[in-house]
Design a protein around this ligand. Structure first.
Ligand SMILES: Cc1cc2nc3c(=O)[nH]c(=O)nc-3n(C[C@H](O)[C@H](O)[C@H](O)COP(=O)(O)OP(=O)(O)OC[C@H]3O[C@@H](n4cnc5c(N)ncnc54)[C@H](O)[C@@H]3O)c2cc1C
Ligand code: SF4
Length: 323
């Protein structure tokens, strides 16, 4: 790994001032579980000279709940999100999503802010520089997408245009289903973005020098059912081939509200609006679940080698609805 200067920021203000001082030469580091791999393999030409460690900011590592909902500091470790009694009780989809990430070791280092901001896992994009030179592609600013004509078995089946890498974050899928908002602090002041405005086809809407400081999750309706289901190739530790998060409210046996979100099938976490409409006002039986599952993938445009993801997604949606 190349050398870089390392600063421990003691506060959000200090982190912002360091990011401003070093401009494009500085990068934020939280748990480092993604960033250090990116730097070690020199995946990107743009190598930082300075790392601003934000783990040293105590006020960003906390979970608070009040009558409005949850406020999770961006530095809260994924294992704390997964095991928090408040999150397990009221925000189960998030607890299950955080608990499904990687391994216990990575969950004890990786933070929820870092999980939302992590880089994509496309193997062409991640190709290490020391193995004959990094591969360039559309996302890296030069040339076409290598996955379209290459091996794209794990790539997008929906919403891909020029880059088919999927959003790798499991917590993003659950947070979109839970209507969460992400608080960002930076040179432009403080802004709060709904999850679907935070993610963009080529990453996220952060500018250089921005920090994610908090995730806010409104309290869901009392009678809701939630889950997060994820299909992986390797069970003990793996990114999703497809996932689904659902938050469903059923009254008198009828679905009165549904948020169904698909993960790992598109460049951003994606609401399955067709499926949501399909279940609205209906009892959640096997027939409706089957129709909703079909509707959830009606927009799918699989590449030649990843149509199997369509079937897996349908099955996950059906299972989530029948829980
Ligand atoms: C083997 C392995 C398996 C994995 N499996 C999964 C999986 O199944 N599901 C899944 O969702 N993820 C998975 N991951 C990814 C993992 O969840 C992330 O590495 C982790 O969540 C990143 O958190 P971090 O705190 O370590 O972030 P870092 O590595 O410190 O940072 C990651 C990126 O986010 C930026 N960043 C971090 N925090 C902030 C902030 N507060 N504001 C602005 N920018 C910030 C950094 O600059 C960097 O670009 C896996 C990772 C590994 C190595
Ligand atoms: S999917 Fe995206 S990151 Fe991967 S090769 Fe194509 S453009 Fe590059």
């Amino acid at each position: 790994m190349k050398t870089f200067e390392h600063f421990d920021a003691a506060s959000v203000e200090e982190a912002l001032s360091l990011l401003k001082k070093y401009g494009g030469k500085a990068r934020v580091m939280a748990g480092g579980t993604d960033l250090l791999g990116v730097l070690k393999d020199e995946i990107l030409e743009d190598y930082p000279e300075v790392l601003v460690n934000i783990k040293s900011i105590p006020e960003l590592d906390r979970i608070k709940e009040d009558s409005q909902g949850l406020r999770i500091g961006a530095l809260t470790k994924l294992d704390h999100v997964a095991s928090s009694p408040a999150i397990k009780a009221g925000y189960r989809a998030l607890s299950e999503a955080a608990g499904s990430v990687a391994s216990p070791e990575i969950r004890s280092m990786g933070t929820i802010g870092g999980n939302l901001c992590q880089d994509v896992r496309c193997w062409y994009y991640r190709y290490p520089h020391h193995m004959g030179g990094r591969l360039l592609c559309y996302r890296k600013g030069s040339g076409p997408c290598l996955a379209v004509k290459g091996d794209h078995r794990y790539h997008a089946i929906m919403g891909g245009k020029r880059c088919f890498a999927v959003c790798p974050s499991d917590t993003a899928t659950a947070l979109l289903a839970l209507q969460a908002e992400i608080q960002v602090v930076g040179a432009r002041g403080t802004r709060t973005l709904p999850v679907d405005d935070f993610f963009t086809p080529l990453g996220n809407s952060l500018s250089k020098g921005d920090l994610v400081t908090e995730i806010r999750v409104p309290r869901p309706a009392q009678a809701n059912r939630q889950t997060f289901l994820k299909f992986t190739v390797r069970k003990p530790i793996d990114f999703a081939i497809a996932s689904v998060a659902s938050v469903i409210t059923v009254e008198d046996g009828v679905c009165v509200d549904a948020r169904i979100v698909l993960g790992a099938v598109a460049p951003v976490p994606l609401r399955a609006k067709g499926a949501e409409r399909m279940v609205q006002g209906k009892p959640l039986d096997a027939k409706i679940a089957e129709e909703a599952a079909k509707a959830s993938v009606s927009g799918a445009r699989a590449l030649s080698g990843n149509a199997y993801k369509v079937e897996i997604t349908k099955t996950l949606v059906k299972r989530a609805l029948l829980l």
